[in-house]
Design a protein around this ligand. Structure first.
Ligand SMILES: *Cc1c(COP(=O)(O)O)cnc(C)c1O
Length: 425
């Protein structure tokens, strides 16, 4: 028995499904998950010391490459001074200042420990601020696993094909309106019917949890103006896209200012950090200033904040995002060319350091189009690449991630493996 299989069987004895987050279990692609022992730059090594080129990047955080020496050093130095104090620190001010300085829509920001906490808190704040109950989300967008947001969500929910999780009472989601991403008319209609009850729209401004789906021209602009017109708040969930799609996230690419933004993944540099922030007059409704309660024992954890701060510092180096996008272009165009040469219907798209691979003739613009992609073919591609030492996300509904460490040699090795796999599809 291989070491990965041995570990997986052992894990399944004490951990439900052998994993601490469902997509890791390889359920949709089949086979045995690789147990990772260490990671460096663009590579991860599994329990059998097999090396893989990694396009998961811990699902987004590893934008500098794994175990960047400066990030590791910052974590080591912070740890020596103590792991957690439950009291304010100067480093928390510095990371808040760094976020506020880079994202003009954020005037004040609060730290939490995950993306789920960030979106859950932002929704509560939007409801508390507006005094309204209803929220709008879009099918295929994933905003973490808080009850009211776990309806027709993306990522693992898509992988397992459940529209809503068991354990979420209907009363908890009766205020959640779920609409189609990229269909503005449906949003207009919802506001006509429920305008004075809608607290907020929450949206992944580039959807990265149903593969990668970009907003159509006018969609985000339309959300912005409807929210303004009806006094609802616009929340950009940039947990994935923040400091990943570009130096200022999707709001920087589009120039559209949300009222609130949620962040996580990259801002923790691989450690558990999330954040939500936005207009000061809204953020001042949070305790201790206001009556919307929100708290966290480990919020602003000094070791996690140290990793996030140095990550943000390194991302600010001139040219980082240009290089990242250029490598991403080489990867995605290279894959598309090789697929076409082999007669495999595959299309690709990318933005900044995230990309989508679709086994379909054209790039999808809606949840329905993503759902129509050839999942069986993706699964064959996935396993073909894995045995050739390339680790993509184990689901056709996840975006891919590259890092500053994915140099030309790494991309060339990926394309070489892909050429062999496409030939067999
Ligand atoms: C990953 C993700 C979340 C959830 O973040 P966790 O840290 O896993 O709780 C929320 N929203 C989006 C857009 C995400 O990609």
């Amino acid at each position: 028995m291989s070491r990965n299989t041995e570990l997986f069987e052992r894990a399944c004895q004490t951990i439900p499904g052998g994993v601490n987050s469902p997509v890791r279990a390889f359920r949709s692609v089949g086979g045995t998950p690789r147990f990772i022992k260490r990671a460096q730059g663009p590579y991860v090594w599994d329990a059998e010391d097999t090396q893989y080129i990694d396009y998961v990047g811990s699902w987004g955080p590893a934008i500098l490459g794994h175990a960047h020496p400066e990030v590791i050093r910052a974590v080591q130095e912070a740890a020596i001074d103590g792991l957690s104090f439950g009291a304010p620190t100067e480093a928390e001010i510095e990371i808040a200042e760094a976020i506020v300085a880079r994202l003009p829509s954020i005037e004040k920001v609060r730290l939490v420990s995950s993306g789920t906490e960030a979106t859950m808190s932002a929704i509560r704040l939007a409801r508390g601020f507006t005094g309204r109950s209803k929220i709008i989300k879009f099918e295929g967008c994933y905003h973490g696993h808080a009850d009211s947001l776990l309806v027709k969500a993306g990522s693992g929910m898509l992988t397992f094909g459940n529209p809503t999780s068991a354990g979420v009472p209907p009363e908890f989601i009766k205020h959640t309106l779920v609409l189609d991403f990229n269909r503005l008319e449906a949003v207009e209609e919802a506001f006509k019917q429920h305008g004075s009850d809608i607290a907020c729209i929450i949206v992944e401004p580039i959807a990265g949890n149903m593969n990668l789906v970009k907003p159509q021209p006018g969609f985000l602009e339309g959300l912005r103006s409807l929210c303004t017109q009806y006094g609802a708040l616009l929340i950009f969930d940039e947990v994935m896209t923040g400091f990943r799609a570009g130096p200022q996230g999707v709001q920087g690419l589009t120039g559209i200012a949300p009222d609130l933004t949620t962040l996580a993944k990259v801002i923790g540099g691989g450690m558990p950090v999330g954040a939500f922030g936005g207009r000061a007059d809204i953020m001042e409704h949070i305790a201790p200033l206001g009556n919307v309660y929100q708290a966290g024992t480990l919020s602003g954890n000094p070791v996690a904040v140290a990793a996030g701060l140095v990550t943000l510092k390194l991302l600010a180096e001139p040219g980082f995002y240009d290089r990242l996008a250029e490598q991403n272009r080489k990867l995605t165009e290279g894959l598309a060319q090789r697929a076409a040469a082999a007669g495999v219907a595959m299309s690709t798209d990318y933005v900044g350091g995230m990309f989508g691979l679709y086994f379909s003739e054209s790039v999808p613009t809606s949840f329905a189009e993503v759902s129509a992609c050839n999942v069986e073919r993706f699964n064959k591609f996935f396993h073909g690449m894995l045995i050739r030492g390339v680790h993509f996300a184990p689901s056709a509904f996840e975006a891919g991630f590259i890092s500053g460490a994915h140099d030309d040699a790494v991309i060339a090795a990926t394309l070489e493996a892909a050429e062999e796999v496409f030939a067999k599809l």
